[in-house]
Design a protein around this ligand. Structure first.
Ligand code: MN
Length: 245
């Protein structure tokens, strides 16, 4: 279970077999196809696990349509363009490895690789109506680390609210194996260990770009954050945590 989840998360670039429905590549030309002369590879968006209107009214359908269908899709398209321009330098690499190895000046891969990973995680940790509060091991670890689930939520909310401009708030497992709240600018991601201040494995990611909430909430980012937290699928967050042990 854990290994399978990890494989799904990492995927590969340019491999001939589609092993990763979440963050994997669209795979190369199918070697068994009769007319496989056009080489194309790249990452795909996984389908949303729910209808675009399913999170309304907390996150409205138009925001979801534009966010998933335009913003996220644009990151994927530009990521694939950047990979094509890299002349095979990343063939066989998964997105996690790709992000982990990036240098600050690799702007196209940094912005669009981060954009793809971040949004995929975002769609996955949301669920219509939300899910019950954290349970089991994750709940115990949140309590041990932050004092209580509520204290974690307050720290996480503050990280999102105080992020100047565009960016993300994260719950990560850091290099010491401990849970930690952090925030990154733009589409940076805690996996980018050569770039971000606090590297780690993302368990929960919250988009605080205005495009994530402006139609519904305008300048009221705190209200959006509260709604986001009420829509979190804690089972998925716990799965992310378990996959990283
Ligand atoms: Mn976004």
């Amino acid at each position: 279970m854990k290994k399978r989840t990890f494989i799904k998360l990492t995927g590969t670039v340019g491999a001939g077999i589609l092993v990763a429905p979440f963050l994997g590549c669209g795979s190369g030309a199918n070697p068994s196809a009769k007319n496989a002369t056009i080489q194309s590879f790249g990452f795909d968006q996984e389908p949303l696990g729910y209808n675009v209107a399913a999170l309304a009214p907390k996150i409205d359908a138009v925001t979801m349509e534009i966010h998933y269908g335009k913003h996220h899709a644009g990151y994927v398209r530009k990521l694939n363009n950047a990979l094509r321009a890299s002349n095979g330098a990343y063939d066989g690499k998964g997105l996690v490895d790709l992000l982990a190895g990036l240098a600050p000046d690799q702007t196209a891969l940094r912005n669009n690789g981060g954009g793809h990973y971040n949004h995929t995680l975002y769609w996955r940790v949301l669920t219509p109506g939300g899910a019950p509060a954290p349970e089991g091991d994750l709940k115990a670890e949140l309590e041990a680390t932050f004092g209580s689930v509520e204290a974690f939520e307050e720290e996480f909310s503050s990280a999102g609210a105080s992020r100047f401009g565009s960016g993300w708030a994260w719950l990560i497992r850091n290099s010491k194996g401990r849970l930690e709240v952090t925030s990154t600018a733009n589409q940076d991601n805690p996996l980018m260990s050569n770039i971000v201040e606090k590297p780690g494995i993302p368990l929960l990611g919250m988009d605080v770009w205005e495009h994530a909430y402006y139609l519904n909430y305008q300048n009221r980012r705190r209200d959006y954050i509260q709604s986001f937290l009420s829509l979190v699928n804690w089972d998925k967050v716990a799965l992310n945590a378990a996959a990283n042990f």
